[in-house]
Write a protein that binds this ligand. Structure first.
Ligand code: GLU
Length: 307
């Protein structure tokens, strides 16, 4: 049987414009898809409505276009997909895999945390709500076994969900579906075969594989590309006040993104239009050349003011 044709995706959260770090994830997923002759989709992950910034989704799409990152088909928008997420939650409930939880953030503040700083849920509501408590969120019961997976960049990894994460939220106390559930439902809905994304999501992967198993969905292949940090070693993000990609100097910004991915364009191409740099990178793309280590962002100089 032939393997499923490659379908990749870039799934930004429109909490603000793209910055140098999110560009690296976009470029990596684009190159991996195009080098495989595959489709490259864009999904707008505007699930966490309170964190989304009005207008950011459009800005992101214009930024992708400006960098020559041309996607296939329509953009899938998560805020229009609640019915699909509700159906998946219903399936988890029917399996007895999901249970209501009454815990508040402050009640869990003293719980142990994993190496990512996330609370490891102590299982307070696992066997039923405490007397008089009101359900706030929904969690998935996780098994005390190792989930093994192979990341194309990080190699063979394993995580015990019970030890490192605990039963995790699939529907939040504010009524919104959680990222872990939505990403799994949407990757399957869009037929995604290859996920290429930032390394900050590496340790979310076993949660997603577990949900895929419960819901009878295929598990795509995963590759987690290096993060870009600021000089203080913090991941570039809205929280660390990462600057939006500049409107000018795109050639230098893209050359830097390609260098972070272990594919610095040759000197004669570093000043080329984005489309020319990308065409070179598609032809030379080797995921084994992508480093594991994060890269510190250089403030990009654009002395020539080229677009
Ligand atoms: N929306 C997530 C983010 O912007 C990415 C999710 C994913 O690629 O799985 O960090």
């Amino acid at each position: 049987m032939n393997p499923a044709p490659y379908v990749g995706r870039f799934a930004p959260s429109p909490t603000g414009p793209l910055h140098a770090g999110s560009l690296v994830a976009a470029v990596a997923s684009f190159l991996d898809a195009r080098a495989a002759g595959g489709r490259w989709l864009v999904r707008m992950e505007d699930l966490d409505r309170p964190r989304c910034e009005p207008g950011a989704a459009d800005i992101i799409l214009r930024q992708l276009e400006a960098y020559g990152l041309v996607w296939d088909g329509d953009v899938l928008v998560q805020s229009q997909r609640d019915d699909a997420y509700a159906e998946a939650l219903g399936a988890l409930k029917a399996l007895g895999a999901a249970y209501p939880c009454a815990c508040t953030r402050s009640q869990l503040a003293q719980a142990p945390r994993n190496h990512e700083g996330e609370i490891i849920y102590p299982g307070t509501c696992r066997n039923g709500l405490p007397a008089g408590a009101v359900a706030r969120s929904w969690r998935v019961r996780v098994p005390d076994v190792s989930t093994h997976f192979t990341d194309r960049i990080h190699g063979d990894l394993q995580q015990n969900l019970a030890h490192d994460v605990g039963d995790f939220i699939v529907k939040r106390a504010d009524g919104l579906f959680a990222y872990q559930l939505a990403v799994v439902v949407d990757d399957a809905f869009q037929g995604v075969t290859h996920v290429v994304r930032g390394a900050d999501l590496l340790w979310n992967t076993p949660r997603q594989i577990y949900l895929q198993t419960l819901l009878g969905l295929p598990t795509p292949s995963y590759a987690h590309v290096p993060l870009i940090t600021n000089a203080a070693g913090q991941k570039l993000s809205k929280q660390t006040l990462a600057p939006a990609l500049p409107g000018t100097g795109r050639r230098a910004v893209l050359a830097q993104a390609l260098a972070a991915l272990g594919h610095p364009p040759p000197a004669e191409l570093a000043g080329a239009e984005p489309a020319g740099q990308l065409a070179w990178a598609v032809a030379h793309w080797k995921i084994e050349n992508v480093p594991i280590q994060p890269m510190v962002a250089n403030p990009v100089q654009a002395p020539d003011n080229l677009p």
